[in-house]
Design a protein around this ligand. Structure first.
Ligand code: NDP
Length: 297
């Protein structure tokens, strides 16, 4: 039996980044417009530091204006809001990204709400969530946007397909489901209270896993030939006892990849799948925001 085609995040993300760089060059040459991204990091969370560095480096590599604001962990909400207000007014900045999670004493809701919706390149402002739910143009969260680019370019027209999204978070599950609905799929959103999840998954022509539970989705939950998009990023110990004893860990998705690959028609690996698309789509969103803010879209 043939194995599923791999939807390679490296190939797709390189293509998106190249397109972004080309568009940035055109905007600079033809409109004297350099898209600008501001990333705000509060505190010293190690994973966040890696993500923020990567966002800064990749936006510079694409020819953008890029600023990173690193604030101490004890920053007050007022100080954070003041910075965001300044960036909202800054004409060189078209995208503002607040790296999450924030330190425990800071409520992320007022901070996200303070970002101007047209500069909200993470798509997390309620105005953008509302626009997406209503099918109106707005800023779309980066990971869901990445999932859709991979699906459309691998499968072509998605119209009429049964899509099952496992997970209903504001960050991934809900926006992916709304985007699939906009693409004329018949969409089911599953979550921790869903009854008989394996049977629900077996109905899916497109299965998106955004749960955060290592390898939860088994091979026999997958409809033969389905497209499987694994958003999950889970760090687990190695099964090899020697490596595990050394405290070494590896990344796995929410899908049992080996088993799923034997059944699915297309599948994204972890690592090397959706994760690589997230930053590429952030750059794309920043270009979109710059064009809209300057009446060029
Ligand atoms: P959340 O924890 O916010 O949401 C998880 C969702 O999964 C919830 O809706 C929850 O249901 C559901 N769920 C939990 N357990 C089960 C279960 N046993 N059966 C069915 N549904 C279940 O996670 P996120 O959406 O933020 O992230 C999901 C995964 O994606 C994580 O591994 C995260 O690391 C990864 N991620 C990857 C990104 C990337 O760039 N590739 C970006 C963002 C996230 P309920 O609502 O009922 O609790």
């Amino acid at each position: 039996m043939s194995e599923a085609q791999i939807i390679d995040g490296k190939v797709f993300s390189e293509r998106v980044r190249a397109e972004v760089a080309q568009e940035v060059a055109r905007l600079r040459a033809e409109h004297d417009l350099q898209p600008g991204l501001a990333v705000i990091l509060v505190g010293e969370d190690p994973a966040s530091q890696v993500y923020v560095r990567s966002k800064g480096e990749q936006s510079l590599a694409a020819g953008m204006h890029s600023v990173t604001h690193r604030l101490p962990a004890d920053t007050s909400l007022d100080e954070l809001l003041l910075l965001i207000a300044g960036l909202n007014e800054d004409s060189r900045i078209h995208g503002i990204l607040l790296q999450l999670p924030l330190p425990a004493h800071l409520d992320q809701r007022p901070a996200l709400a303070a970002i101007h919706p047209d500069k909200d390149v993470d798509g997390l402002h309620v105005v953008n969530a509302g626009r997406l739910a209503n099918g109106e143009p707005g800023m779309v969260p980066c990971t869901p946007l990445g999932c859709m680019i991979m699906l459309r370019e691998s499968l072509g027209d998605l119209s009429g397909k049964n899509a099952v999204v496992v997970g209903r978070s504001v960050l991934v599950g809900r926006p992916v489901a709304n985007l699939l609905l906009q693409a004329d799929c018949t969409v089911t959103i599953a979550h921790s209270r869903t009854r008989d999840l394996p049977e629900v998954c077996r109905q899916a022509d497109i299965l998106v896993a955004a749960v955060g539970r290592p390898q939860m989705i088994k091979g026999d939950w997958i409809k033969p030939g389905a497209a499987v998009i694994d958003v999950g990023i889970n760090r687990v110990p190695f099964s090899d006892p020697e490596k595990a004893a050394q405290g070494k860990t590896k990344l796995v998705g929410d899908v049992d990849y080996k088993a799923a690959r034997k059944v699915a028609g297309w599948i994204t690996p972890v690592p090397g799948g959706v994760g690589l698309m997230t930053v590429a789509c952030l750059l794309q969103n920043t270009v979109t925001a710059a064009k809209r803010l300057n009446g060029l879209d």
